[in-house]
Structure formats: structure tokens, C-alpha cells
Ligand binder design. Structure first.
Ligand code: TRP
Length: 449
């Protein structure tokens, strides 16, 4: 069948992720975000966008020195772990002024109700309510707006895939919602992103067995000295089984951390040692050695960068310039789309408002090799909203089109299986498109008479 020719995408899959700059990177950040992005950046099929989310840091941290230090430490960790700033976009969020600008454009198409449902905001409100405080006590508007800022990070660079932890999935879904609302109003400008959850490194447990996280104070810093690393590992919780007693791998934080660093052969051998009753002291020594093997070679490059913050600044600014080469023209396109544009712009504002705001679709009729007559409804970006099956005569096809133009979505029921919705098109979207088409036809008729 005559399917719309979607231009073959020669461009690479864009993968984007950020780390909030509020603390010292720990092993959880390393296995969950730093290491996988470094590995992904080596594939030539992807284009990576990796950044330091320092605007996000302001939401939960009011210590300027800490944000500054954390930015340096995370940037240095990423590079020491092998990220090549030449191959990817590596930048600091606050060096891209287009991001807060896009945040505002998205703010205006995001329902307040959507943000009310964000987990992080809701958790704060619920906590206040449970303890009898004002629901909004200590809740900043920044916390409330967090998902919109994150949406801007993602949509600014038309990211396809966003690797994140489970707790962030909702934010990616919200970014999709924002992109759809924007596109619906102003035309197809934004790309709908998808969350990518790395199952194998789902969540690294911390010293106490809960998720490794700053907020639980149970982390192992990625770049502690070898002696410190050893000391911290000796503090990982275990049960009280004595050496010689067989141990359980399930629920063992020690085992899970080991697994995150080891090959599958090494993990199998470690599980066998558990079964054979390895003592906890020996197991901790093996874990220490395994982590040390991976981290030790990164210590010198890390120290080098930490001691040369100006060098890191320069790298990040260079990255920002590269990123802005994309962001600046794109925000111009979006400003144009929403009406923040030159007053001398040649098209009459009325006409532009009609044709762009509502983005009127059009019917296209054609004949197929099977001799039958078809039509489809296509939006201004070429997306198929509705597709007919074959009609025996062009007149029948024309009548069906007339019915759709006149009765809108109601005609869908009458036409039954003769027409099918385009891929990913909702009934509401179709009905809105038909309505805008009807309005336009009416306007045209009026201006002619
Ligand atoms: N909110 C993310 C976190 O705390 C960090 C982040 C900010 C991010 N902007 C992003 C992650 C955009 C992915 C994409 O983990």
C-alpha cells in the first residue's frame, strides 16, 4: 500500500541523561549512570548528551560551595571513567540558557494537575499532611516545577532515549505529555522521549542494605582512597552466620554490590564461595579487591582533574558551545512557533494564527495498484491521522471524505471499518483535527461569499 514515506532516519539515536550536582558521586551513581553512559558513548549508533543538572541541584540544596564542588566531582568522575567529551555532548545545564527558556514555554502547556501528581512533590505534601502541618510547608515552587525543568532538559535536544532509575520514569512520561501538548498546539516540533531502565544495574544497595543514596547516608564514594574503601566495605551489613556456614546470596547487599562489578563467571564463583561457607571477612576482602581493580586505574586521572578545576571548566564550556549550536536555532524555531517573533514577519498574523495554531490537516486521495480508490487524512507534518480502505469508485471515496468533513468524528462510526486511525493517533486527536478542518472550510466559505 501507499504508506507515507517517512524519511529514513540517518541520524543516530540520541541518548540523554543528567546527574544532579548535590553530592559526591558514589558507587550507585557509577554503576547506575556513569558507567553505562560511558559504555553507550562508545557505540557509533548513538549520540550521547550527558550533563550536570545544577539547576536541579538548587531545588534541594542551598549550599553554594557544595553545588560547586559536586559539579567538579561529578564532571571529573565521568571523564575519569572514560567519557570522551569529543565524542559526546558533555555540558553543564546552567551553561545552556535555552533550557530555562524552554522551561517557560513548557510551563505554559503543562496542566497544574499533572504536576500535582508528581511523586516527589506529592511525597512532601503527604508528609506535611500526615504530621499535621500546612500541606505546602517547606515546599518550594522549584520542587513543584522540577518535572518541567527536566522536560526541558530532554526535549531541548530531541532525545529519543533517557536512561534513568525507576524513580524517574514518571518524569519521562510527563515530558512526553508536555511534548504532545506542545505539538498539538503548535505543530510537530518536539520529539517524544522514552525511558530506558537498565535492569541489570537496577538499584545498588548501600552499606545498610537499602538503596545506596545520599539521603540514607549509606553510600560508598566512588573515589575514596584504597584504605577508606576497604574500611567502608567492612561496614556493609551481613547476617551473623559464622565462617563455614553456608550463606545466602539473596538479599545480601555484599553479593549484589559484587555482582554489579563482576563478570558472570566471577559472580558464579562468588555464589559458590557463599554456598561453601566463606567467612564474611574474606567475602568483604574479595569485594574490595574486585572494586579496587576497576576503580584504581581511574584515581590518577580523577585527581588530575580535581586539582585543575579550570581545565574542567574549559571542557564544560566547550561542551556547552557544542550543545548550544543545536539549542539556539531550536529555541528560535519554538519561539517562532508560539508567536514570540518579529513583528515585521511577512505573514498576516490572522492567517498565521489560523494555519499554525490549529495546524489544519488535509485529505489526500489516490488510486492503488489494486485499482481501488483510497484517501488519507494527513497533518501538516505528513503524519497520517486517518487511512481509508479501498473504495470501488472515486465518487464513493469522495462521499466518505465529505461525510468526515461535515460530521467530523461522528462520521467515523458511520464509516465503520472503511477507515482506520493512523498509528499512535487517538480518537480525540482525530476529532480535534476534523473540527479544525471544518472551521477552516467554514472560514474559507465565508471569505469567498
Ligand atoms: N532528575 C534526575 C535525577 O535526580 C536528574 C536529571 C535532571 C535528569 N534532568 C534530567 C535525568 C534529564 C535524565 C534526563 O536523577
Amino acid at each position: 500500500m501507499n504508506t507515507p514515506t517517512s524519511s529514513p532516519t540517518m541520524s543516530r539515536t540520541r541518548v540523554l541523561t543528567g546527574i544532579t550536582t548535590t553530592g559526591t558521586p558514589h558507587l550507585g551513581n557509577y554503576v547506575g549512570a556513569i558507567r553505562p553512559t560511558v559504555q553507550a558513548s562508545l557505540h557509533s549508533t548513538t549520540q550521547g548528551f550527558y550533563f550536570l543538572a545544577d539547576y536541579h541541584a538548587l531545588i534541594k540544596c542551598d549550599e553554594p560551595a557544595r553545588i560547586q564542588r559536586s559539579t567538579l566531582e561529578i564532571a571529573a568522575s565521568w571523564i575519569a571513567a572514560g567519557l570522551d567529551p569529543e565524542r559526546v555532548m558533555f555540558y553543564r545545564q546552567s551553561d545552556i540558557p535555552e533550557i530555562p527558556e524552554l522551561t517557560w514555554l513548557l510551563t505554559c502547556v503543562t496542566g497544574k494537575g499533572l504536576l500535582n501528581r508528581a511523586h516527589a512533590y506529592k511525597a512532601s505534601v503527604d508528609k506535611n499532611t500526615a504530621s499535621g502541618h500546612d500541606p505546602d510547608a517547606d515546599v518550594s515552587a522549584g520542587l513543584f516545577m522540577y518535572p518541567v525543568l527536566m522536560g526541558a532538559d530532554i526535549l531541548m535536544f530531541k532525545a529519543h532515549k533517557v536512561p534513568v532509575g525507576r524513580d524517574q520514569i514518571q518524569h519521562i512520561e510527563m515530558a512526553r505529555d508536555m511534548a504532545s501538548s506542545f505539538n498539538h498546539l503548535y505543530g510537530e516540533h518536539l520529539v517524544l522521549p522514552e525511558a530506558v531502565i537498565e535492569e541489570s544495574v537496577a538499584l545498588l544497595p548501600g552499606l545498610d542494605g537499602r538503596k545506596m543514596s545520599k539521603s540514607y547516608d549509606n553510600t560508598i564514594p566512588l573515589f575514596s582512597s584504597s584504605a577508606q574503601l576497604k574500611k567502608l566495605i567492612s561496614g556493609i551489613v551481613t547476617d551473623s552466620r559464622a565462617p563455614g556456614e553456608s550463606k545466602q546470596t539473596e538479599g545480601s547487599a555484599l553479593f549484589q554490590i559484587y555482582q554489579a562489578f563482576a563478570s558472570s563467571e566471577e559472580t558464579t564463583a562468588f555464589a559458590k564461595a557463599y554456598a561453601e561457607g566463606i567467612g564474611w571477612g574474606d567475602a568483604k576482602q574479595l569485594l574490595f579487591e574486585r572494586i579496587e581493580r576497576e576503580v584504581a586505574p581511574m584515581r590518577a586521572p580523577y585527581e588530575e582533574l580535581i586539582n585543575n578545576p579550570a581545565k574542567v571548566d574549559a571542557l564544560l564550556l566547550k561542551g556547552a558551545a557544542k550543545a548550544r549550536a543545536l539549542a539556539t536555532p531550536f529555541i528560535q524555531e519554538l519561539r517562532q512557533a508560539v508567536g514570540l517573533r518579529s513583528l515585521a514577519s511577512t505573514r498576516s498574523t490572522q492567517a498565521v494564527a489560523q494555519s499554525e495554531r490549529i495546524a489544519v490537516p488535509a485529505f489526500k486521495q489516490y488510486r492503488e495498484k489494486d485499482g481501488q480508490f483510497y484517501f488519507k487524512l494527513v497533518d501538516p507534518q505528513g503524519r497520517v491521522l486517518l487511512q481509508s480502505l479501498g473504495f470501488t469508485s472515486p465518487k464513493d471515496a469522495g462521499l466518505a471524505i465529505g461525510q468526515l468533513q461535515q460530521d467530523g468524528a461522528k462520521a467515523m462510526a458511520e464509516l465503520g471499518s472503511q477507515v482506520i486511525l493512523g498509528e499512535g493517533v487517538s480518537a480525540t486527536e482525530l476529532s480535534d483535527s476534523l473540527a479544525s478542518l471544518r472551521t477552516e472550510l467554514a472560514e474559507k466559505a465565508k471569505s469567498k461569499s
